[in-house]
Design a protein around this ligand. Structure first.
Ligand code: DGL
Length: 271
């Protein structure tokens, strides 16, 4: 059975996990949620890279076969470094997100909403310029408040009104010319229904294409560990595990059996 290591700054990567469990159901997953250091979207590229490196080391020491960076901000800051550092495949969410959007756009004008740090790094633009044609355009829109709102559970406390107001603030600034909007932060699919109220054309969640890429990568490697145990997910978080558990159980619709609190920036030990 394959052992998949994945991480995000918190609960956002669960949107990718859900797709992975659907498309690669027989796998052992270690999910690291760095909620003690969220949001990544307000950090510098160097700070984010440092956090990713420590998480990568932790996952690699725990003998995963592949690392999925289930966070756009972390992908933008660290995917090149992670691929160089670790002798196992590393995949991110940005290229799959762009590929999915290129499949559905009709007028070739694509937009992406993402964290401020991702926007500053040109996270999508840099990859888009390499894989899209000259006829395609991409517009990035940084959104400071959406990820922290979800990570702190505001939408639960204040209901849809505040969620809608915050989302409307950003989505209404998207040009009418854009026919396809990529959710360029893995937290955003959690509020996709709210986003759909203000953007009525194609909305792309990169999670599905990422899970398909994972399946393809796995088909090219042998699992390190050949034991045939039951598929399971082990969650490790750097911050509060109670809030994470409540949200994850609600979002995944099942009980979480295994969750640990471990701040890698302090200790860095094996589970
Ligand atoms: N889920 C992360 C992403 O995809 C959110 C980053 C954050 O913590 O701000 O970019």
């Amino acid at each position: 059975m394959y052992k998949i290591g994945m991480f995000d700054s918190g609960v956002g990567g669960l949107t990718v996990l859900k797709e992975i469990q659907r498309i690669v159901p027989s796998s052992h997953i270690i999910y690291y949620g760095d909620n003690g250091n969220a949001p990544y979207g307000d950090k510098t590229e160097i700070e984010i890279r440092e956090l990713c490196l420590n998480i990568g080391k932790f996952l690699y020491e725990n003998e995963v076969d592949i690392i999925v960076i289930a966070c756009n901000t972390a992908t933008a800051a660290s995917i090149k470094m992670m691929k160089n550092k670790f002798p196992i495949p590393v995949i991110g969410v940005i290229e799959p997100g762009i590929r999915a959007a290129l499949k559905v756009t009709q007028n070739k004008n694509i937009g992406v909403i993402l964290t401020p740090a991702s926007a500053k790094m040109g996270a999508y633009k840099n990859v888009f310029d390499v894989i899209a044609t000259k006829a395609h355009t991409l517009t990035e829109k940084g959104c400071k408040l959406i990820c922290p709102m979800i990570e702190n559970g505001w939408e639960e406390h204040y209901g849809n009104y505040l969620t809608d107001e915050i989302i409307k603030l950003y989505v209404e600034q998207i040009s009418d010319e854009i026919d396809t909007l990529i959710l360029g932060c893995t937290h955003y699919p959690i509020v996709e229904n709210n986003i759909a109220k203000y953007f009525k054309k194609n909305i792309v969640n990169p999670a599905n294409e990422t899970a398909k890429e994972l399946l393809k990568e796995l088909s090219m490697i042998k699992p390190k560990n050949l034991t045939n145990t039951d598929p399971k997910v082990e969650f490790i978080v750097s911050g509060n595990s109670k809030n994470f558990t409540v949200f994850a159980e609600h979002f995944l619709g099942k009980k979480i059996d295994s969750i640990y609190e471990l701040d890698l920036q302090v200790t860095g030990r094996k589970v």
